[in-house]
Design a protein. Structure first.
Length: 351
């Protein structure tokens, strides 16, 4: 980072702060720089990461602590919703059609990524579809507002979010972003793939080779980074993710486990009376999940690659929805453009 860039940033942050004070005097709830924990945070950034103290203070002074962020973090959808309702949010004809259009737009890059990483287009597209409706919903909070609110005014997870705030400062410096311009979710997740700052710094890829990892607007970077996240978490190419299961007649209770890692194996589940089809070996890790379907319980066996999806977002409902959405979009692409898409200007389909 050269000093010219930093000076420009300082000036623009200061200008923004003054302007917002002039325009919204009564709505601004700036972080109190006199608080001991805020001062400690500034000191850490200065001492550990050699930031200019004035730059950090100006950025924090311009950030706002928002009640809407505190309300949003208190009710994540996947914890309170049964599977069939959660699934229905994502598996709509509209979203699947949008996914097919998205897939065709990015076909070349998706193919290249699959070739390089072994992570299939279905998986990458499914994640982008669940996270942001293929880039339509990426969040409109300023990331610095989200992370200062949760880092300083949300005690249950303040340590976590304060670390993410540090990562955000580092990210903006490394990738030449204006800190105050970065937008994301109430929890600080950014861009169509919704990476939090630490994941961004660790797993993002410069897919198009322009020297910047831009997960906000560069689709090559975005899709490559999702695939890299999966590859880095040991995605196994050409291996199954899930299998539909039924329970055979058995004297023992099935070893249901809706947790976030497979503790059984293909062989142990089979031995306990769970019926499912797979070509995996008996020693392969597996877990039996019981989910609330629209017409009673649904049983799914998750394999190693299912576990990998839960590393992206720690919820079995999330992982199953992302995987199924990707499959549905893949099928829609294979069956050709629909009449709706023909209306959008795709003309090479057979009637
Ligand atoms: Ca790039």
């Amino acid at each position: 980072m050269n000093s010219a860039v930093r000076t420009t940033k300082l000036v623009s942050v200061a200008t923004a702060a003054v302007l917002s004070l002039l325009m919204f005097p009564s709505f601004l709830q700036a972080i109190d720089l006199e608080r001991a924990d805020v001062q400690q945070f500034v000191a850490d950034l200065v001492e550990t990461h050699q930031f200019d103290p004035a730059y950090v203070q100006t950025a924090l002074r311009a950030s706002e602590s928002k009640d809407s962020i505190l309300e949003a973090i208190s009710k994540p959808a996947e914890r309170t919703m049964p599977w069939h309702e959660y699934r229905a949010i994502f598996m709509t004809p509209e979203r699947i059609r949008a996914g097919a259009t998205f897939w065709r737009q990015h076909q070349e890059v998706l193919n290249q990524i699959e070739l390089n990483t072994g992570v299939p287009a279905e998986m990458v597209v499914g994640i982008i579809g669940v996270e942001s409706y293929f880039g339509r919903r990426t969040g409109s909070y300023r990331v610095i507002d989200a992370l200062t609110t949760l880092g300083f005014d949300y005690p249950p997870r303040s340590k976590f979010f304060r670390r993410e705030l540090t990562e955000l400062f580092l990210l903006a410096r490394e990738e030449n972003f204006e800190l105050e311009d970065l937008l994301g979710s109430y929890a600080g997740a950014m861009g169509p793939p919704q990476f939090i700052p630490s994941s961004y710094r660790r797993y993002a890829i410069d897919g198009n080779g322009d020297g910047q990892r831009n997960l906000f607007t560069n689709w090559n970077d975005i899709l490559s980074s999702v695939a890299n996240y999966f590859a880095a978490h040991d995605w196994q190419p050409d291996q199954p993710v899930t299998a539909k299961a039924t329970l055979g007649s058995t004297a023992t209770e099935p070893p249901v486990d809706n947790g976030l890692s497979p503790k059984e194996t293909v062989a142990s589940l089979s031995a306990s009376g769970v019926l499912f089809a797979t070509e995996l070996e008996g020693t392969a890790p597996a877990q039996l999940m019981k989910l609330e379907g629209a017409n009673g319980p649904e049983y799914w066996v998750g394999f190693h690659n299912f576990y990998v999806i839960t590393r992206y977002n720690r919820s079995v409902l999330y992982a199953l929805a992302a995987f199924q959405l990707g499959l549905a979009v893949g099928l829609a692409v294979d069956t050709g453009p629909t009449t709706t898409e023909l209306g959008l200007g795709i003309t090479n389909a057979t009637p």
